[in-house]
Write a protein that binds this ligand. Structure first.
Ligand code: HEC
Length: 217
């Protein structure tokens, strides 16, 4: 073992340099990230991002467990690196700060469906989301997204009449007379999560595009 010490130093160097590259450097770059502080038009202090609360937070668990991430990404590429912004998936590129409170981060790698980074702004109507999750064919004919009917309950309409949150189903999707389809807690939580996905906030590292005066919206 004439080269024993040299071998030892070589292995030590290899492990130390990978530790610096994979642990220390990212920690230096991202470890100190904090929410951005700004003031709104009324002068109130606004923090972005904020941790999800209540149903939206519970909904994130459903999003993860139902495998939505296998078909939907949550990352908007910068202009010049694809057409994400032109497609309306976000007003600006996403940056690491956007994911500060996401554990785990639902970046996704496959885009069988549209990117959902900004779906809360693009589609804020819960009724639309319920119908779409119950059966994507209702809102988006020909969609390859699977239906999630188990997030809903089919039940007899009670003596008080139909529930206010019952799905408005007609034509081929209608259920038998006297029955209704209502979202379970899981559907409500998932939709609150989807509605919470919004990134149109000005950040120093990713400013929103300036709206030109007089330009059409
Ligand atoms: C097999 C792939 C696949 C899976 C799994 C999937 N989706 Fe989709 N999703 C799609 C496709 C394709 C579309 C576009 C057509 C449509 O609107 O249905 C879509 C559309 C959407 C839209 C509307 C996006 C827009 O820009 O209008 C939302 C919201 C959505 N999916 C949420 C979900 C959620 C939540 C889950 C998990 C419960 C999920 N998807 C699972 C493929 C998928």
């Amino acid at each position: 073992m004439k080269y024993g010490p040299l071998l030892f130093l070589g292995i030590l160097f290899t492990l130390a340099s990978s530790w610096v590259g994979l642990v220390l450097a990212p920690k230096q770059q991202l470890g100190g990230l904090v929410p951005n502080v700004s003031t709104n038009a009324l002068g109130a202090v606004v923090l972005y991002p904020q941790a999800r609360k209540g149903e939206a937070q519970q909904g994130e668990e459903h999003y993860r467990s139902l495998g939505c991430v296998y078909c939907h990404s949550q990352q908007v590429r910068p202009e010049g690196f694809g057409s994400d912004i032109t497609r309306g998936w976000g007003k600006r590129r996403t940056v690491s700060r956007d994911y500060l409170y996401d554990k785990p981060v639902m970046l996704g790698t496959s885009r069988t469906g549209p990117d959902l980074t900004n779906i809360g702004e693009r589609q804020s109507d819960s009724g639309w989301h319920f119908a779409h999750l119950y059966n994507p064919q209702i809102t988006s004919k020909g969609s390859v997204m699977p239906p999630y009917p188990f997030l809903f309950q089919l039940r007899k309409i009670g003596p008080g009449g139909a529930s206010t949150n019952a799905l408005k189903l007609s034509g081929e999707f209608a259920v038998a007379e006297g029955w209704e389809v209502v979202p379970k807690d899981s559907a409500r939580q998932l939709v609150e999560y989807l509605r919470s996905l919004k990134t149109s906030v000005d950040l120093p590292e990713a400013p929103l595009p300036k709206v030109q005066e007089g330009a059409a919206k």
